[in-house]
Design a protein around this ligand. Structure first.
Ligand SMILES: Cc1cc2nc3c(=O)[nH]c(=O)nc-3n(C[C@H](O)[C@H](O)[C@H](O)COP(=O)(O)OP(=O)(O)OC[C@H]3O[C@@H](n4cnc5c(N)ncnc54)[C@H](O)[C@@H]3O)c2cc1C
Length: 306
């Protein structure tokens, strides 16, 4: 059977794309190997009607809703390869199954690379986070840290100061703040610490102290850490879509990549804020775009041969 669309990735972006496609009566398959980056956390915030929900519960509800639509099928396996075999796409899974689809939606998310600081992974997602809009409210008014050793440092410190008056920025041995930035931070009550971090200290992911290489320590209860963002998708592919400056998949406002028939949505674009509701919105838009493209193909006037 030729599918209308194969959606790769079943986070909020892919799930919402599949919902809109199912409601549009499009034969859709959604592949997901369930390794989202927010698996380290137990609560997702900021999605109206779902504020505070466990990420896996969010997925469970979404999959249950999709089960109402007979044209949508979920395959809980990894996509290994995607090839264009004109005019279709061939999607091959890790189990060696091959599916043919008219359109592809890439919703594979991104991976973050945390700074190489001992024990950082124990705290990430529990008391250290990357996005204050996601977790700032839960950490409000506490003794917080911003940990950033690159150009994001100044911006992050300004942002996080919205949630607490007790903020220290740790640059982990780097000199990334200009004199002007240092003055601005200090005049807003933000302390700067440029020592090299030796380790994070605390129990069960709850930060208590930051320890430095010179063996001094600073008490902190949580905070925000700058991470590098990289494409999560690592399948082989003959698709030649362009990447943007951040390394994400470039799209227009209709989620179209520059490869005809290939759409991308959510974190995989590494553009703008990384949020469930934004990923879901982009998934919806990608599905409408797929639908529009299929309708245009159906109503295309046939070429007359003379
Ligand atoms: C610690 C932490 C806390 C967060 N808290 C919040 C919050 O409170 N509120 C909020 O709005 N956002 C939060 N986020 C951000 C949020 O998780 C992301 O913005 C959102 O999950 C992006 O959705 P997505 O569908 O684009 O990608 P993802 O949710 O990452 O989903 C991508 C899916 O695609 C699958 N996949 C990838 N490659 C393949 C393949 N080849 N084959 C099959 N499947 C594949 C992955 O396994 C994954 O399941 C948080 C993130 C982190 C790291």
């Amino acid at each position: 059977m030729i599918l209308d669309c194969a959606v790769i990735g079943g986070g909020p972006a892919g799930l919402n794309a599949a919902l809109v496609l199912g409601r549009s009566r499009r034969k859709t398959i959604l592949f997901d190997d369930n390794k989202p980056r927010n698996s380290v956390t137990s609560e997702s915030h900021g999605f109206i009607t779902r504020d505070g929900i466990h990420p896996q519960e969010f997925k469970r509800i979404a999959q249950e809703e999709l089960s109402r639509y007979p044209d949508v099928r979920i395959e809980k396996q990894r996509v290994h390869r995607i090839n264009k075999v004109s005019p279709l796409f061939q999607v091959e899974t890790e189990n060696g199954e091959v599916y043919s689809a008219k359109k592809i939606i890439l919703a594979t998310g991104f991976k973050e690379v945390l700074p190489d600081i001992p024990r950082v992974k124990e705290f990430y997602g529990k008391s250290l986070f990357s996005c204050p809009f996601c977790d700032g409210w839960e950490l409000r008014d506490r003794a917080l840290a911003v940990i950033a050793d690159d150009q994001k440092a100044f911006h992050m410190a300004k942002m996080v100061s919205n949630w607490t008056n007790d903020l220290i920025i740790f640059t982990n041995g780097s000199k990334v703040l200009s004199l002007e930035e240092q003055e601005l931070l200090k005049s807003n009550g933000i302390t700067i610490n440029e020592k090299k971090i030796a380790s994070f200290i605390g129990e069960e992911g709850m930060l208590e102290k930051i320890q430095f290489e010179d063996e001094t320590e600073v008490l902190r209860e949580g905070g925000f850490i700058a991470a590098e963002w990289k494409q999560a998708a690592c399948f082989q592919s003959s698709l030649e879509y362009t990447l943007n400056e951040q390394g994400g998949i470039a799209t227009d406002s209709w989620q179209r990549t520059n490869t005809e028939g290939v759409f991308a949505c959510g974190d995989t674009r590494i553009a703008g804020p990384s949020q469930l509701i934004i990923a879901a919105g982009e998934g919806s838009m990608a599905a409408m775009s797929v639908n529009a493209a299929l309708i245009e193909e159906k109503f295309k006037p046939e070429k007359k041969h003379v």
